[in-house]
Design a protein. Sequence first.
Length: 127
Amino acid sequence: MTPEIIDNPCRAREYFVICKNDFTLAGAGKISVDVTFIPDSAILNRQSYNAYLENIFAGAGGDLILETLAEKIIEDLSNELVPFWISVRILLESQSGNSSSLHQAILEDRQPGWDNPGLLSQVGPPR
């Protein structure tokens, strides 16, 4: 399953689309998925994208390897959207007793030869 895409209504400009989703997985903790992209000709259908993520995390089960999940998401979205630039960030926050931990995977991709330093400078460092 891949998310449904729709035509970019603002093709004359380069701009960010930011999608943030949070999940709580039993035994794993809270997972945040942040996808930021600069669209070319397509954007995501939001409901289809939400269902896509739910399907990915439902299939992950106990084998929750953030890097593998981030790679799958960036590959699927890059193939469907063909954005100028895309970043996928997955953050896992978990607690055990009195301690908590964070694990984060951040992947980025862009079309060959594309660059817009002024726009990309607005992304800021990962949190």
